[in-house]
Design a protein around this ligand. Structure first.
Ligand SMILES: *Cc1c(COP(=O)(O)O)cnc(C)c1O
Length: 499
């Protein structure tokens, strides 16, 4: 049976429900399955089910201490009546390639898939471990996690949530989705800093004030929580199932997945899918101009000491990709992972060994694209294929084009370019409407609301229901604080909900 260990220390070992409850290991590491052999299975036994059925098999594999009946119930609760497409994550052919659409949830980004699940997993974990404290979820967001988490945890008993987002670092639509969040247990707060400041601030709070008030304990909804990562594995299987059903591939053929990457959670789920036995060829890690991962997969040198770029794909504006630590654990072992993470914290960089780099390259390819290239991709794919993409998906699409043009430059294996390609579409184009309109050659209007209406008129793609009403909802959260005040903010909030 799977247990979870810290990426930095194999001696720290807990059950799956405990790992979900704690969010992060006490030594600052992330929880990972102690043995990848225990997650291996025959993928046919997964893809014979519908989305919920696949989720049940996968959750059962990763979260054995919940028990099958409980998992069945939690999956049903997580995915019934929340998604506007009955396949939940449908796949669409665009030219000779495929796009896996992950944005039919309540907040129109792929994070809904995991954040519909996590609150259910977490409240059950609380019960299973006889935990009586109120759980205060702290989340740093580059835009999309915030609204998805506020939505997922809204009025879930036994939990409260604070979301920290970079002031001025999210789109108007993303901001409105957060500041109008209506749950009585939910709050959004802007910090004066960028996403990395928000994320490192939150990480520090977990170490400094794990119990910010009597009867209150902290936990995380960021992708450092394994309960957030595992539900994302499901759509890789769903993609494969749909490719088979449409006879786009032969059973057993391998597939390349191109993943627009920020915190490395989404693509890490793809790595787990591969380890489980899904026929995956390469995982292509697509970055915007914050191309720290592109350099890393090329050279094995991780260097966060570079200029932070604000781009039109803000959810990928990240210099420290937390979940990479999980991959490091499996490639380099706990001891090296601990060393590298220490070096990253102290010097802002680390270098893995040649052998480790070779292992990484056997699965991963890092490619980056600029805002201009993404914008061109949106324009040309819309014009030539009548398909509308958001800015994040467009980064991945541009990276795929580069890869198809010059696979030899990115990979030592010539055959990589011959496999079927699936681009993960992580957000609805309506979340980043202004950039999308400009890219398809339209003049943006004066507000996000007007832009959405205009985009719908022009393209005929309907505005997602969850985005249509944010402009008329009451603004409930107006706080803006310096990062240095985050601890005090959390303590004050915790006191208000504690015993
Ligand atoms: C969060 C996000 C990403 C990045 O996903 P990670 O799991 O952090 O790598 C990409 N696109 C969109 C739209 C997102 O919201």
């Amino acid at each position: 049976m799977i247990n979870y260990i810290s990426t930095r220390n194999t001696e720290i070992k807990v059950s799956s429900s405990k790992a979900i409850l704690e969010g992060q290991a006490p030594d600052g590491g992330l929880y990972v399955p102690d043995n990848l052999d225990t997650i291996k299975l025959d993928y046919h036994d997964v893809i014979k089910h519908d989305f919920k059925g696949m989720a049940k098999v996968i959750w059962n594999t990763f979260f054995p201490d919940y028990g099958k009946d409980v998992i069945d119930e939690l999956v049903e609760r997580s995915y019934s009546n929340k998604f506007s497409n009955k396949k939940i994550t449908p796949i669409t052919g665009v030219g000779n390639d495929f796009v896996l659409e992950l944005y039919y949830g309540p907040t129109a980004a792929f994070k809904d898939i995991a954040l519909s699940a996590l609150p259910n997993l977490l409240t059950k974990a609380r019960e299973m471990n006889s935990f009586t404290d109120e759980i205060l979820i702290l989340t740093a967001t580059s835009g999309d996690t915030g609204s998805a988490a506020l939505h997922g945890f809204s009025d879930v008993p036994g939990t409260s949530i604070i979301v920290f987002y970079p002031d001025g670092g999210v789109s108007e639509t993303q901001r409105l989705q957060m500041v109008t969040a209506s749950g009585a247990n939910a709050c959004a707060c802007a910090i004066k800093g960028n996403f990395d400041d928000a994320q490192s601030g939150v990480k520090k709070l977990f170490n400094d004030i794990p119990k910010p008030a009597k009867g209150v304990a902290l936990s995380s909804a960021n992708s450092i929580n394994i309960g957030r990562l595992v539900p994302q594995i499901v759509y890789y299987f769903s993609a494969y199932k749909q490719l088979l059903e449409t006879e786009s591939i032969k059973d057993g053929s391998k597939v390349n997945f191109i993943v627009p990457t920020g915190n490395f959670g989404d693509i890490m789920a793809g790595y787990f899918a591969l380890q489980m036995g899904l026929p995956v060829n390469k995982l292509i890690c697509a970055s915007n101009s914050n191309d720290v991962l592109t350099e890393f997969f090329e050279t094995g040198h991780y260097d966060r000491k570079r200029t932070f770029h604000k781009t039109t794909s803000p959810s990928m504006d990240i210099l420290v990709s937390s979940n990479l630590e999980r991959l490091l654990h499996y490639i380099c072992g706990a001891e090296h992972t601990a060393e590298y993470m220490k070096a990253l914290a102290e010097n802002g960089e680390y270098q893995i060994t040649t052998d480790e780099l070779a292992k990484l390259k056997s699965v991963f390819i890092g490619i980056s694209a600029t805002d201009t290239q993404a914008s061109e991709a949106i324009g040309s794919v819309y014009k030539n294929r009548n398909y509308l993409m958001d800015t994040h998906t467009a980064i991945a699409w541009s990276c795929l084009e580069k890869f198809k043009d010059k696979a030899w430059a990115y990979s030592e294996n010539d055959e990589d370019a011959e496999y079927t390609n699936v681009v993960l579409a992580t957000a609805s184009p309506y979340k980043f409407c202004q950039s999308v309109l400009t890219s398809i050659g339209a003049e943006p209007a004066f507000s996000d609301q007007a832009n959405m209406v205009k985009c719908q008129e022009l393209t005929g793609v309907p505005i997602p229901a969850g985005l249509a009403d944010i402009f008329s909802k009451e603004i409930r959260h107006t706080d803006v604080i310096p990062t240095s005040d985050m601890a005090e903010y959390v303590v004050d909030y915790a006191k208000s909900i504690g015993v």
